[in-house]
Design a protein around this ligand. Structure first.
Ligand code: ADP
Ligand code: ADP
Length: 235
């Protein structure tokens, strides 16, 4: 069964219809690629699933239950994590600290807690390694990592904090061939761990390398929705 599903979903911004009548299923252990030119509605689609925008037509279901998200927090609480292109990492902070950014909870009367720094470093190191990301120094500022490595840190972080669905917004758009390969490897690793991945891209080659399902948007509607066995990539 799909974790997340759109049924005839759409969104209008005032009288601009950005997305219309879209069906999409996100299943565990599968990579769903969403392709389309600029303006096709890709961002609008992920904003609906990630809780940033509300759909204005159709349904969004999580575990078969219709939902209307009021904020990204609500999506995150249901295990839907989004890694945006402008990563929510703080460049000058060490890698291990970024890994836990936003995850701290404070209890008690004073909003100050002692961090278990060694424990945090061990956990970050273990999670990054389990995704095949080996960094020699977790103390280095995250800003010194390559774009591909930063994507991978953000993905590993989402996995660690219990994401079931990972939404990746053009994760390879700003990267070269080698770095893109690294990111595609982590997308495969996330799939192996049973996550449902939504991979937004305008690069059909990248999609074809890791995709199990392909949805192509054009002018806000689905032009193509097909499983891997049903498509071919024309050079
Ligand atoms: P993509 O991510 O594929 O480039 P978008 O979802 O950003 O596509 O945009 C789909 C359409 O909706 C475009 O015509 C765009 O101009 C329009 N649009 C997107 N966001 C807004 C907005 N907040 N207000 C008005 N129109 C928008
Ligand atoms: P909701 O949280 O209900 O999904 P949105 O955040 O999508 O609402 O935006 C609410 C309204 O604000 C939209 O209907 C649209 O008309 C307007 N709006 C939002 N972003 C833009 C934008 N970038 N350009 C023009 N209008 C926008």
């Amino acid at each position: 069964a799909p974790v997340v599903e759109l049924r005839g979903a759409g969104k209008s911004y005032g009288n601009i219809r950005a997305l219309h009548g879209v069906d999409l299923a996100v299943r565990p252990g599968r990579v769903t690629c969403v392709l389309g030119d600029n303006g096709a509605g890709k961002s609008t689609l992920i904003k609906i699933i990630s809780g940033l925008h509300r759909h204005t037509e159709g349904e969004l279901l999580v575990d078969g239950v219709p939902v209307r998200f009021g904020s990204p927090r609500e999506a995150l609480d249901l295990g839907i994590a989004t890694v945006y292109q402008d990563l929510a990492t703080v460049p000058l902070m060490p890698v291990w600290r970024n890994f836990f950014l936003g995850s701290e909870t404070t209890r008690g009367r004073w909003p100050l807690r002692r961090l278990d720094i060694e424990g945090m470093k061990r956990t970050a190191d273990r999670e990054l390694r389990s995704m095949g990301i080996v960094l020699d120094d977790l103390e280095q500022p995250v800003g010194t990592l390559s774009g591909g490595q930063r994507q991978c840190v953000a993905i590993a972080r989402a996995v660690h904090f219990g994401a079931r669905v990972l939404i990746l917004d053009e994760p390879t758009a700003a990267l070269g061939v080698k770095q893109s390969g690294v990111v595609l490897k982590y997308i495969a690793a996330a799939r192996e761990r049973g996550l449902g991945v939504v991979f937004i891209t305008h690069n059909p080659h990248h999609a074809y390398l890791v995709g199990d399902h392909f949805s192509v948007l054009r002018l806000g509607t689905l032009e193509l929705a097909a499983d891997r066995a049903e498509v071919t990539l024309q050079e």
